[in-house]
Design a protein around this ligand. Structure first.
Ligand SMILES: *[C@@H]1O[C@H](CO)[C@@H](O)[C@H](O)[C@H]1NC(C)=O
Ligand SMILES: *[C@@H]1O[C@H](CO)[C@@H](O)[C@H](O)[C@H]1NC(C)=O
Length: 450
């Protein structure tokens, strides 16, 4: 091995700061056994220094119930799968032909008991109930108590919020009345049922809710209703859960449709929170990805901080967005039917289009570290369906990267891919050897943080 002085110094400089692993929204996240994390529509709970992640196991690529999974971590990036928290019971409303979604767990201090709530439904979403189950440990397994309509009204997408008062009063947050009215209702002292309606946002058509309390202000995060498709998620604020709630405002540039994601949970850390969303893929549900970003109040209101690669430092309660090196697609070697496109939405006003189906672009002189590195592909895909692109480094076998549709116009999104780059200059080719069109490639950003 030959080390140049420059790369040796670079290595020393990096090693002086030790961080937990990076968070890469949209990448395929695996657990400590190497399996893809199956915890969609998830909920998070911190007990001591351990985080518990309960979610929907969709490995079977169907919406029907198989398991509420349970994962543990002390750093929010290294997750170990534990026993399933809840599994189907035939002859009940949580059988293998039922819908069990958006599991959320709270610890009930008075009973020293964990209480799991979830959206409990029939396969056509007609029952519109909540289900409740209890356990003495965070991962359970939980004992099913039953499913019901809270205060007799429909409940579909839901979440829970536990307040910081002495009684730790908890609330159900839910899309009700055919998803037209969004409601917040108070739970009983056991967290087994709903006792009274606290607030209703009439005609708000909200779902996928979460609440963060910060400096005495309640921030409600939710999406609107567009099925599995993403939409611009919103926030509302109020000094009381009973309202009045502020009018809705965006948490991310609306054209990005929350960077192609839907809220699942909002986790307060310290000076910030983590927006935890799902990038649903209904045709391949188990390949839906997790989209987590810092939620920052630095502007006074909660806003997602877009980051291809970022680091959470739990001890300090801070986050760091990784910086990388940008390479414009239009400065690459364009071949076949690919062409340069001009539009003000592209970085540098240009991108490369007609990639794939006979067109490709090779970006040369991409500086690498001699290892696996995250590379973000910035692209536009105006179709109503996903595209994908081949990516080949230095002529090696290509990998295929999915490119979700970005919406009308030239909306730019980014998707990550981990590539093995040699130390020094690399050539990366996009769109070669595929018969379908890839998305328009605007630029790539190469990261060194791993
Ligand atoms: C499931 O819930 C329905 C209400 O939608 C109820 O009538 C029914 O008895 C429940 N089924 C079982 C098996 O518990
Ligand atoms: C790649 O995208 C095309 C549509 O452009 C699709 O037909 C094909 O199934 C995708 N390939 C994979 C492996 O997802």
């Amino acid at each position: 091995m030959n080390f140049s002085l420059v790369s040796l110094l670079g290595f020393v400089a990096l090693s002086t700061v030790t961080y937990a692993a990076v968070i890469v929204p949209g990448a395929t996240w695996t657990d400590t056994s190497g399996n893809v994390i199956q915890a969609h529509g998830g909920g998070f709970l911190k007990i001591g220094s351990t985080y518990y992640w309960h979610g929907e196991d969709k490995a079977h690529n169907s919406g029907l119930f198989r398991a509420v999974s349970c994962y543990t971590s002390t750093d929010l990036t290294t997750w170990t799968r534990q026993n399933d928290a809840l599994t189907p019971i035939s002859g009940t409303n949580i059988s293998t032909s039922s819908i069990v979604e958006r599991p959320k767990v709270l610890f009930n201090k008075a009973n020293s008991e964990y209480v799991l709530w979830f959206h409990s439904d029939t396969s056509n979403y007609g029952a519109a109930q909540v289900g409740v189950a209890t356990a003495k440990t965070p991962c359970g397994p939980y004992s099913y108590r039953g499913s019901f309509r809270p205060l007799g009204a429909e409940s579909r997408d839901m979440g829970l919020f536990q307040d910081d008062d002495a009684a730790q009063t908890a609330y159900l947050l839910y899309a009700s009345d055919n998803n037209q009215n969004f409601k917040i209702s108070k739970l009983d002292a056991n967290y087994y049922n709903v006792v009274s309606q606290t607030s209703v946002l009439s005609g708000s058509t909200l779902e996928a809710p979460g609440i963060v309390k910060r400096n005495g202000v309640y921030y409600l995060f939710a999406s609107h209703t567009s099925g599995w498709d993403p939409n611009p998620n919103k926030f509302f604020s109020a000094s009381s859960l009973a309202g009045p709630w502020s009018s809705q405002a965006d948490i991310a540039p609306s054209a990005t449709r929350t960077y192609f994601s839907q809220n699942a949970f909002d986790l307060p850390i310290n000076n910030f929170a983590i927006y935890m969303g799902d990038r649903w893929r209904p045709s391949l549900l188990g390949s839906s990805r997790y989209i987590w970003y810092p939620l920052s109040w630095s502007s006074g209101v909660p806003q997602i901080v877009h980051a291809d690669v970022w680091i959470v430092n739990l001890a300090a309660g801070t986050y760091t967005v990784a910086t990388g090196t940008t390479y414009e697609a239009e400065s690459g070697i364009i071949s076949g039917s690919a062409t340069t496109l001009s539009d003000s939405s592209f970085s540098g006003g240009k991108a490369v289009g007609y990639l794939g189906n006979g067109g490709s672009v090779t970006i040369n002189n991409v500086q690498g570290n001699g290892g696996a590195q995250w590379v973000a592909l910035y692209y536009a895909n105006g179709d109503s369906t996903w595209r994908n692109t081949t990516v080949s480094v230095n002529g090696a076998a290509s990998v295929l990267v999915d490119q979700p549709n970005t919406g009308g116009g030239h909306v730019i999104l980014s998707v990550p891919v981990k590539l093995n780059l040699r130390s020094g200059a690399n050539s990366i080719t996009f769109g070669a050897g595929q018969s379908n069109y890839a998305a328009d490639l605007d630029k790539i950003i190469v990261y060194t943080a791993t």
